[in-house]
Design a protein around this ligand. Structure first.
Ligand SMILES: Cc1cc2nc3c(=O)[nH]c(=O)nc-3n(C[C@H](O)[C@H](O)[C@H](O)COP(=O)(O)OP(=O)(O)OC[C@H]3O[C@@H](n4cnc5c(N)ncnc54)[C@H](O)[C@@H]3O)c2cc1C
Length: 99
């Protein structure tokens, strides 16, 4: 269990953080219990992304290459993608992905 809060640091709640690597795993973990909430970057002021039983960190579901992210001119990404990763995709994957 981990103590987690949003940007506003209130409330701070103990929760189990899980980081699914596939969408199927995220769906299964969501369906398994009540009080499950998805979490992106945790930067919302008041809308703290904390599940009372389980919090699903979405970061592993983000694209690992520009080809993953782009199709038909549209960007496909999940919550927790950061602006530096968007710039990395825009650079065609040159250099390191950001947060
Ligand atoms: C310094 C600062 C400046 C900001 N400036 C702006 C601004 O200019 N404009 C603006 O609009 N906002 C601004 N915000 C607010 C912030 O960007 C938003 O609240 C945004 O939602 C934060 O994204 P996050 O990924 O950190 O969300 P989180 O805090 O992780 O989650 C926010 C909510 O989204 C839900 N959620 C997360 N992922 C998923 C998912 N995959 N599926 C379903 N629900 C999900 C969570 O459960 C929670 O309810 C600012 C925040 C800060 C700290």
């Amino acid at each position: 269990m981990t103590l987690v809060s949003g940007w506003g640091r209130y409330p701070t709640v103990e929760t189990e953080i899980v980081t699914p690597r596939t969408l199927e795993a995220a769906r299964r973990l969501t369906a398994e219990g009540e009080g499950v909430v998805a979490r992106g970057n945790g930067r919302a002021y008041g809308d703290a992304a904390i599940g009372v039983s389980r919090t699903i960190a979405m970061k592993a579901l983000n694209p690992h290459s520009p080809d993953d992210a782009l199709s038909n001119g549209a960007l496909h990404a999940d919550s927790d993608i950061g602006i530096s990763t968007l710039f990395w995709i825009e650079r065609g994957g040159d250099g390191k992905p950001g947060g």
